[in-house]
Write a protein that binds this ligand. Structure first.
Ligand code: ARG
Length: 400
């Protein structure tokens, strides 16, 4: 670690208006020199441009970090092993990337000797919680600044602040939406979506085709899992990042993966959220299917509620909580025999399992069949029912 440099602040920089203004603000208000960090967790564009922009505004250093593989291996895979869905719908796009970003920020802080980290979150969202808790878990000695939480600038005021200091304002034409995206999907908030009665306008979507405009023929893909990890598509071994991207495009092109939900934020607000998560939802569905085929009943029944706990903890900023280490270890243990292939069918907005097979399948044809090859012990069933129902019978005999 370099010697401490109390004049340096590592900023989670997005290239957007707020974090651009922040570089100047941190200097003016705290006399801090910004080390800007841009993290690519997938689906990022214009990173080099943004890096240059940070330097132009006055950052003393600006780094672009390609963290796609790390995101896929260390964050998406544990979430997939947990079939993690917040409130049964949200695959945790932003919630999963924040701990990754925290890790990178803390690494850069250590490398540059900075004693402060700044992030661009506002007071109303979950992301501030994830940043604050993530950074404090990784290095409690670091100072945390969240200028946008303190300054209370409206968008107009931020634009004015930028104009007065020659800070370039957004290159792209103003979108009414607030977007966050990575390999696991895309989140869309604000603008017209703040009216929960209004159907999301088509321009809110970028990676999914409207189901009604999707192809008239279904599309199939086979996903193979080894120890719970998706490793091949249509029999072809595929590196994880590419595998996620491929299934994401196919599912999205067939109109699958749009989510429109009322969501409970940790900070107490109910909000209307729109997500595009075709690949993530398809992979979770396929993964669950192989689990259903290969895991015994008690294990599955115990694991499902643990999955909800995992999702809640992730959503609420608890990625580095020791309980999460324990849950991840539990999930890893459960995945040993989660091997097999699922055939998914996409058709005009739906994703269904069309077939599944596994070398570790617990499906036993002889036990399941109603045909001539039946190997199930019919004789044992009568006694089983007798004893299973015994407490109920004793209770019933006592009357009301
Ligand atoms: N509601 C989602 C969550 O809390 C999405 C947040 C999107 N974040 C953003 N900065 N636009 O995870």
């Amino acid at each position: 670690m370099n010697s401490k440099n109390d004049k340096r602040v590592v900023l989670a920089y997005s290239g957007g208006l707020d974090t651009s203004v922040m570089i100047a603000w941190l200097k003016e208000k705290y006399e801090l020199d910004t080390v800007a960090v841009l993290i690519d967790a997938g689906r990022a564009s214009g990173l080099e441009q943004h890096r240059q922009k940070a330097l132009d505004i006055g950052a003393v250093e600006a780094h672009v970090i390609d963290a796609r593989e790390e995101f896929a291996n260390d964050f998406i895979l544990p979430a997939l092993a947990a079939n993690a869905l917040y409130e049964e719908k949200y695959v945790l796009v932003s919630a999963l990337s924040r701990p990754l970003i925290c890790k990178k920020l803390v690494e850069i802080a250590h490398a540059s000797g900075a004693s402060t980290i700044a992030h661009g979150c506002t007071a109303k969202g979950n992301d501030q919680v994830r940043f604050d808790l993530g950074i404090r878990s990784l290095d409690p000695s670091l100072e945390i600044l969240a200028p946008a939480r303190d300054w209370n600038m409206t968008r107009e005021q931020a634009l004015e602040y930028a104009a007065e200091r020659n800070i370039p304002t957004p290159l792209k034409k103003d979108s009414p939406y607030s977007i966050d995206e990575n390999l696991w999907g895309r989140t869309v908030e604000c603008g017209p979506l703040e009216d929960p009665w209004l159907e999301p306008p088509e321009d809110a979507f970028a990676v999914t085709t409207a189901p009604e405009a999707a192809p008239d023929e279904p599309a199939y893909i086979e996903v193979t899992f080894a120890a719970g990890v998706p490793v091949a598509l249509d029999g072809k071994p595929t590196p994880l990042v590419e595998l996620i991207e491929t299934i994401d495009s196919l599912a999205g092109a067939n109109g699958f993966g749009r989510v429109d939900m009322m969501e409970n934020r940790l900070v107490g607000i109910k909000s209307r959220e729109v997500y595009e998560t075709p690949g993530a939802l398809a992979l979770i569905q396929a993964h669950k299917e192989i689990e259903d085929m290969t895991l015994p009943r008690e294990l599955i029944h115990f694991k499902r509620p643990m999955e909800q706990k995992f999702a809640d903890m992730t959503y609420n900023g608890g990625w580095f909580d020791p309980l999460m280490d324990a849950l991840r270890a539990f999930n890893t243990e459960t995945q040993k025999r989660v091997n097999g292939t699922v055939r998914l069918k996409f058709y005009k907005g739906s994703c269904t399992v069309a077939g599944r097979k596994s070398p570790d399948s617990l499906y036993d044809f002889g036990l399941a069949t109603y045909g001539g090859e039946d190997a199930f012990s019919h004789d044992a069933a009568k006694g089983f029912c007798e004893l299973w129902g015994l407490p109920l019978e004793v209770w019933a005999k006592k009357g009301k």
